[in-house]
Design a protein around this ligand. Sequence first.
Ligand code: NI
Length: 220
Amino acid sequence: MGQFRACFLNPGSAADWELYALRGEAHIPPMTIRKIARMGHPVLQGVAEAVSEPTAPVILDLVADMIETMEDANGAGLAAPQVYVPQRVVIFQAPGARASAGIDAEEEFDPTAPLTVLINPEIEPVGEELELGWEGCLSVPGLRGLVPRHRRIIYRGVDLDGQPIERRAQGFHARVVQHECDHLDGILYPQRMPDMRALIFESEVKHWLEETNEKVSDDD
Ligand code: NI
């Protein structure tokens, strides 16, 4: 239904379409690519505030700009503090091509996710299992690091309409959600790394791929 109505609005970009589908109403705010805060800026080190009104226009405008900014930077996710807004809002996507190889018995934990807006998120780890994977971050440009994350999680929050979201995630999907939610608590991925020798420049990833046998994904 959203896309049908959007045809008459002639949205200007793929991001407009995606936001429109998420929001489901005829207001498409203007979108701006915002500056991304880099590691060392205090906005990335504080605890972000809960959003009191998820349906407020200012949140819709923020999310519209976050989507535009993430797509421009070819990222897999973005948290509001990365665009200098210390509020508990994240966006992310986990396309199939980037997901870890799933295990059949775990199908209820989805390794993939569509473009998702999650406001006031909470994460509940499922089980004890951690897995190492390469991460990047738009606030830590040019670098990659091997980071342990919970393999399976349940996450909850609300969307732009204030409706609850609850999903079971694994693999890259679980990883990107954990990475983005860390931003809301002032944590960047290097702080999660047990071995700083695995904090490397992108140009050197080739030396590590055989060892870890893993694809390196886009920045989160
Ligand atoms: Ni990040």
